[in-house]
Ligand binder design. Structure first.
Ligand SMILES: [Zn+2]
Ligand SMILES: [Zn+2]
Length: 298
């Protein structure tokens, strides 16, 4: 058997397992956030609902459809990492004693911080470059997100996000358990970030250290007010680059969907029903209308 044929054979054997793991992560991650927040604690969290309107069921089915394609792409890249590691291409290891526990924990934290930077900049590019926006627009069809929006990407965007991991493990040694922790955190933060209910304490965004972690409102406002709030887990890139939404902190102090909103936002939220049905063209104008917070137009 040629080396190429043997790699194809390895790929065929490993892919279904990686796919099952990626699928389980999406279904368990998004599903448990949906079950807890949208079903079990729905009435108790009513005052925490970020938008007055609940997205239609059709949106959720569309999001799950796109997410299944994303899972296939993540599984393909994940399988490539697994096979590449076996052939010495990537620095994934299984023996913890090789680098020790402090390294394992530190490497997971480092991977999260670096992914946040990667996400911020590719995300800004996707809002800046018309060709990339066409790819990213699929995610923004969910103007009012749900936990299932977490993986609702065009295949091209899914690939852009998936490529972060092989680039990282080509350079930084990662324990296989550390990669599991990284992907579990990614899934959970994504599902929570799109859940539509503010779960963080009031005023969190103003706290000196804790405020560097994005609240649910942060990404929710991105879906509504792009191009602002490009960050994924942390606020520092948006604050450093001047792209944080100017109403973000005020909104998180008041929190409730309709009656506690700053006056400057009331008009926008009141017309949400109209905004939900905005055509792709006008969404494009919103999404591409600025590179930096202070820029007018592109
Ligand atoms: Zn976006
Ligand atoms: Zn999103």
């Amino acid at each position: 058997m040629t080396q190429f044929a043997s790699i194809v054979d390895e790929f065929r054997q490993i892919w279904p397992y990686i796919f099952a793991g990626d699928l389980a992560r999406y279904l368990i991650g998004a599903g448990s956030v949906f079950l807890l927040i949208w079903v079990l604690f729905r009435s108790r969290l009513a005052a925490r609902k970020i938008r007055g309107i609940t997205p239609p069921a059709g949106q959720i089915w569309r999001e799950i459809g796109y997410s299944l394609v994303t899972v296939c792409i993540f599984a393909t890249v994940g399988t490539s990492i697994g096979i590449g590691s076996m052939h010495g291409l990537f620095r994934v290891y299984t023996d913890i004693s090789l680098y020790g526990w402090p390294y394992l924990v530190g490497s997971v934290v480092a991977m999260i911080v670096v992914q946040d930077a990667y996400f911020y900049w590719v995300h800004r590019l996707m809002h800046r470059v018309p060709l990339l926006w066409k790819v990213h627009a699929t995610h923004h069809r969910s103007h009012n997100p749900t936990p299932w929006t977490a993986y609702a990407f065009d295949p091209g965007e899914a690939l852009i996000h998936a490529l972060f991991m092989p680039m990282f493990v080509a350079v930084v040694p990662m324990h296989v358990g550390g990669l599991f922790a990284f992907t579990a955190h990614m899934m959970l933060r994504n599902a929570i970030g799109h859940c539509g209910y503010e779960l963080f304490p009031k005023g969190w965004a103003d706290r000196p250290i804790l405020g560097l972690v994005t609240m649910v409102t942060h990404h929710d406002m991105h879906h509504e007010h792009a191009p602002r709030n490009f960050g994924l887990y942390f606020t520092w890139w948006d604050r450093l680059m001047g792209t944080e939404h100017p109403e973000y902190r005020a909104r998180t102090k008041l929190m409730t969907p309709d009656n506690g909103m700053p006056d400057s936002l009331k008009g926008a939220y009141a017309s949400q029903a109209g905004a939900e049905s905005r055509a792709g063209e006008s969404l494009e104008v919103i999404a591409l209308s600025g590179w930096g917070a202070n820029e007018e137009g592109r």
